[in-house]
Design a binder for this molecule. Structure first.
Ligand SMILES: [Fe+2]
Length: 388
């Protein structure tokens, strides 16, 4: 059923049919799109429009969690938060370096500092998810030991938020992500950075790290037991093939399963001394094949829904030939994210412009994502494009 309402009454969840009166001064503009976030209203309907036609039968019957896709609704704009998140990430990197190097020397972990850090990740993710996520996708590849802990922490908080966890659980998740591999400081670097397959005895050495992490963290008397459990179980697998306990299915804690999924995703999409980074889409495709085996199907589905088929920060070629960076996703239309077009078809920089692929679908501007590319292979640094 169609209904004419004031623009100021538009809300996420509504289906906008059109606006305008079909006159010369007020042409009829067909929108035919759902509103997913308050900030999106400005993109769909110009601010000077008074009345908007909505279809009340087309309102989204979405569960609450799905009304908060990555990128919306946020109190702070992407560019502004990117600025804050960049500073946050570099401060966090300094902390992690001190912490990892301290663990190697046997120093205790500063829990209050770690808690403050995770708190700031949580705040950043709540202000603008896309900025926090974009940042870690663009980080330098040379410091995996440090960046991996940060990425797992941020991603775990993001996934936890999508699952509707409360603040206390998010804090535990973020801490577990930050500290999960502390015990790797006790594994020789030749084994950790060995290209190719590990021998059985080398793998046995790697397998001690979750337990070593717990030993280190337990020395801190206020360390929450939920964090210890998630750290201990982050290599357990749904089908029982994991370590150190070989737990199966529901026996593995819910926070542990979140850390496990994001840990594997970050490892696959990171460049290491012995391997290239895998494109996010390819990594998600690979993890999808492990549904019901290494990971519970639901855990993988939740993660893909959270991060999107084309995660924020992915470098893509559009069907029209131009190149773009994914800047926001739409939980309902995962294959049609919002992108920032940054290079022309000959890879020459152009004035960045936002293109919402799901909004332009069916119009003359319609485009698809033709392929996902690895910016490193094309020697392109995307970060400067994101803040403009
Ligand atoms: Fe690990």
């Amino acid at each position: 059923m169609h209904q004419l309402i004031k623009r100021k009454h538009l809300q996420p969840g509504m289906f906008v049919v059109s606006y305008g009166q079909g006159t010369f001064h007020s042409p009829l503009v067909r929108v035919a799109a759902h509103i997913f976030s308050p900030s999106q209203i400005d993109e769909l309907v110009p601010a000077d429009v008074e009345d908007v036609l909505i279809d009340t039968s087309g309102a989204m019957p979405l569960p609450l969690a799905d009304r908060v896709p990555v990128g919306a609704p946020f109190s702070v704009e992407f560019g502004e938060e990117l600025h804050i998140a960049r500073k946050l990430y570099s401060d966090a990197l300094d902390y992690v370096k001190t912490f990892v190097d301290g663990v190697r020397k046997g120093t205790d972990i500063n829990l209050s500092q770690a808690t403050a850090l995770v708190d700031s990740f949580i705040e950043s993710v709540f202000r603008n998810e896309s900025a926090a996520v974009t940042l870690f996708k663009l980080r330098g590849f040379d410091e995996y030991t440090y960046t991996h802990s940060l990425n797992v922490s941020i991603l775990a908080v993001l996934l936890g938020k999508h699952l509707g966890l409360d603040k206390a659980a998010l804090l535990n998740l973020g801490l577990a992500g930050l500290l999960h591999d502390a015990g790797k400081a006790r594994v020789p670097t030749e084994i950790l950075n060995k290209p190719g397959r590990l021998t059985e005895s080398e793998f046995e050495v790697v397998k001690i790290h979750p337990l070593e992490s717990v030993k280190i963290l337990r020395r801190q008397k206020d360390m929450p037991v939920e964090v210890l459990r998630a750290v201990l179980e982050h290599h357990e697998r749904h089908d029982g093939s994991g370590y150190p306990q070989g737990l199966k299915g529901e026996a593995i804690g819910s926070l542990s399963r979140i850390i496990a999924v994001v840990d594997v995703y970050d490892a696959l999409t990171s460049q290491r001394v012995y391997k290239e980074a895998m494109a996010p889409t390819k990594a998600l495709g690979m993890m999808f094949q492990w549904r019901g085996q290494q990971f519970a199907a639901q855990d993988i589905d939740n993660f893909i829904r959270c991060i999107g088929v084309f995660p924020v920060g992915s470098f893509v070629r559009l069907s029209g030939g131009e190149f773009a960076v994914v800047s926001g996703i739409n939980a309902q239309r995962p294959t049609r994210p919002e992108v920032k077009v940054v290079l022309d078809a000959r890879m020459r920089p152009q004035l960045p412009r936002l293109l919402n692929l799901w909004v332009v679908e069916g119009t003359a501007e319609a485009q698809d994502i033709a392929e996902v590319l690895n910016p490193a292979e094309h020697k392109i640094d995307l970060e400067p494009f994101l803040s403009v």
